[in-house]
Design a protein. Sequence first.
Length: 307
Amino acid sequence: MLLTTIPHGRTARRVEWVHLPPTVRRRVEQHAGSPVVAAESAGGGFTPGFASVLTFADGSRHFVKAAGVRAQRAFATAYREEARVLAALPGDLPVPQLRWAEEIDGWFAMGLEHVDAALPARPWGRADLRRSSDLLVALAARLTPAPSLGVPALMGELAGWPGLWDRIDRPRADELGALAARAPQVLVGETLVHTDVRDDNLLLAADGRAWLCDWKGPLVGPAWLDSLWLLTGPRGDGIDVEAHLAAHPLLSAVDPDDVDTALALLLGYLCVAADQPVPSSSPHLRRDQAWQRDVLAGWIAERRGWS
């Protein structure tokens, strides 16, 4: 276990309901057909955009996201892409359904189905990992071949990641770079891959159902990749992910060197990202990236038999 003081589930510093322009608030209420009586901001994640469960006077609940097109351009763009992807995905997937999306007075906003569920508990437990893993396996089956969403291949989008190792000064950097350099040949496939599966993008309900959220950057790649990258958090929280991997219906069939290539590729990104300045809108982001970096570094070293 790699101890952390990161406040998981409470990492976001978000725009609140009262901070949205009146025109945006009115339009949200028009979509719902009822005035808002309560707003509960989503605590997980690392973006400053508005993301809240809204309760309306008629008793209905909706999850609404919004970001300023100018002041929060990158986040508005991400929300816009998420809405585009959600609108094109098959409607019966275990994904919160898009209800509406539009630009309102310089803000991009969208309304989503409210899911009565909670994030996986931290530290990770085996039961939550099993449920989350089962969800990803089921999604991989449904999303192979990938729906025609116009998203690029994984290693087309991440083509620069293997080269990041040329600028990283840490033990075994040459060997890790050699592993990551295999990625264009290894990380190929026909599956729509979420690419950002973490505890704050998963929802688990008491009745056993589960959902995967935040589809802002899917790519086309190997069916097993989401299942592997999910394991960073559980590994850091002390779960024996090697035993999980050995019994996994997808990961158990992957060549161990290919697993290490995927881990080395992600590690290189995290090494560089964690050293960037801390954004004022996300004070916990770099600490979380550094924690994931250290978890992955230890995991790869163990798998490769490095001291």
